[in-house]
Write a protein that binds this ligand. Structure first.
Ligand SMILES: Cc1cc2nc3c(=O)[nH]c(=O)nc-3n(C[C@H](O)[C@H](O)[C@H](O)COP(=O)(O)OP(=O)(O)OC[C@H]3O[C@@H](n4cnc5c(N)ncnc54)[C@H](O)[C@@H]3O)c2cc1C
Length: 492
């Protein structure tokens, strides 16, 4: 059953074999496997249950429902927007469905660091679980075709992406939830199996601490969350000999730190693929908002070493409100740029980052993210600006625009290198990861090395950044940790 905790009487105490915190790709997969193996599972999720039928395709209503801090989460210094989902299904509810295995170079680095899993098998299972297929040619919109054309004209490595969609009608609203239920995501695939196997999902229930005695885990203490104010209502406790924390690469280390979990520190190695965006102004209408947002990639500048070229290029797009917040200026100047909305294409350059950010709890319900790209990653971001601009010009853009405190415009393709001098481009990040890496505070199966019964299963576990979309690796780790947890038996 899925319950809305804000409607339950509190204080409330429940007993389970396993309490999972967080219902994204990591947590939902673990809950599904554990329940199907016969465990009594309680799954706590801070966000609400947002069903496709209630997704109204409006930014003003969906952002507050689907995103932490209504989509306004940033790093502590406010320099980087950090989009993270909240709701039954986690960030998979609103993500863009890209599914890609981590590159062999990345997996080789992980192996060298002592993390040696059977990735081929895990990826194949994860792909089957969420139905990963190529984006068909017929679903590449004009925006993606222009992107492909630009990469091909430059002779840059480029290719088709794979997605976990089925029955997609190309509405283009993926980022604020698919009203057509075409995403084979945690909500559609894992949660129903978990519930059929007896899992109790408590939506609007935020874990505040894991309960332990420094040696053994005893459960989770949480609170019901008010639907509107998002403040704490009454207390909810789940007593369980196993707890799997899957609250995302920011939520998990914040919860473990707030709980005073012993062992090696967590939350000091956050990566998040910081990204710049460059828009291209085309003579023709691009209508980038129509259809599948991202179906093609360019990997020409994605190296897996310490070189400056470490960016993954993909088409970027934003709905009108999102675009309006990125376009600087006021009044007529702002209106003139927004009048070009239908003609804008955009490319984002995400850095395969090496900066180590920090996550800390803030009060009982909040957290803070401290992440300032180091010099090498800054140079990589500026390098990404140049490549994104070059691709847009090659695709036919008349001018390119770089959002920064002052809008930078460039209409001479020969001058793209000057974009390396843009010192503060707007930065965003949608891929927090690697904050509780496998092999450090937790072993290679996600089991905590000190607290018996504590497990972690989400994107926190990545040993490094991947340089590509992280969800497939997260589902794969959910499968791996879920099985290890079941094999260890009661108390394990
Ligand atoms: C706009 C956007 C687009 C993206 N597009 C893609 C894409 O196309 N492909 C891709 O691979 N990746 C994409 N991602 C990233 C991907 O969605 C995440 O990497 C993935 O969902 C991470 O899974 P997770 O299980 O680690 O955490 P999450 O999916 O973040 O799930 C964690 C859950 O835990 C809950 N939670 C947190 N704290 C608590 C607490 N204390 N108590 C209870 N619950 C809690 C959260 O509300 C959340 O629901 C995108 C992300 C964004 C923001």
């Amino acid at each position: 059953m899925i319950h809305d905790a804000s409607t339950l009487g509190t204080p409330l105490e429940l007993r389970a074999d396993l309490c999972v915190v967080g219902s994204g790709p990591g947590g939902a997969t673990v809950a599904m496997l554990a329940a199907e193996a016969g465990m009594r599972v309680v799954l706590l999720e801070a966000g609400e249950l947002v069903t496709p039928a209630s997704m109204d395709q409006r930014e003003d209503t969906m952002f507050p429902r689907l995103f932490w801090e209504s989509g306004g989460r940033t790093t502590a210094d406010r320099a980087i927007r950090v989009h993270q989902g909240r709701g039954v299904g986690g960030s998979a509810l609103h993500n863009l469905n890209l599914c890609k295995r981590a590159a062999p170079e990345v997996l080789a680095q992980w192996r060298q660091a002592g993390v040696d899993l059977d990735w081929n098998t895990l990826y194949a299972e994860a792909e089957a679980l969420i139905g990963v297929v190529d984006v068909p040619e017929s679903m590449l919109n004009r925006h993606n075709l222009l992107f492909r054309e630009g990469a091909r004209r430059l002779g840059w490595a480029n290719g088709r992406l794979r997605h976990n969609r089925e029955g997609c009608v190309g509405s283009g609203f993926c980022e604020i939830g698919c009203a057509f239920d075409a995403k084979n995501n945690a909500l559609k695939v894992c949660i129903p199996r978990a519930v059929r196997a007896g899992t109790s999902v408590l939506a609007r229930c935020q874990a505040v601490r894991v309960l332990h005695d420094d040696r053994v885990i005893h459960g989770v203490e949480g609170v019901a969350i008010h639907p509107l104010s998002r403040q704490a209502l009454g207390e909810i406790r789940v007593l369980a000999p196993r707890v799997c924390v899957s609250a995302s690469a920011t939520g998990t280390p914040a919860l473990l730190r707030r709980s005073g979990v012993p062992g090696r520190p967590v939350g000091d190695s956050l990566r998040m693929h910081p990204a710049v965006v460059v828009a291209g102004d085309f003579d023709e209408p691009v209508h980038a908002w129509r259809g599948v947002p991202q179906g093609w990639e360019c990997t020409e500048h994605l190296r897996f070493d310490e070189s400056v070229s470490r960016t993954w290029l993909v088409p970027a797009f934003a709905h009108p409100v999102g675009t309006a917040t990125l376009v600087p200026g006021l009044g007529d100047e702002h209106a003139a740029l927004m009048a070009r909305y239908a003609h804008l294409g955009a490319v984002t350059a995400m850095v395969h980052d090496s900066t180590r950010g920090r996550v800390r709890p803030r009060g009982d319900l909040g957290l803070s993210i401290h992440y300032q790209p180091d010099e090498a990653d800054r140079a990589a971001l500026q390098d990404g600006l140049v490549h994104a601009a070059r691709l847009l010009f090659a695709a036919g853009a008349r001018r390119v625009l770089v959002p920064s405190p002052r809008l930078v415009t460039l209409d001479d393709p020969r001058a793209v290198d000057s974009l390396r001098d843009v010192t503060s481009p707007d930065l965003s990040a949608v891929h927090p990861m690697a904050s509780v890496p496998l092999g450090e505070a937790v072993d290679q199966d996600g089991a905590h090395r000190v607290l018996r019964g504590l497990w972690v299963a989400d994107a926190s576990l990545f040993p490094t950044s991947t340089g590509g979309p992280p969800q497939l690796t997260t589902y794969a780790l959910g499968l791996h940790v879920g099985r290890a947890l079941i094999q260890k038996g009661v108390g394990g």
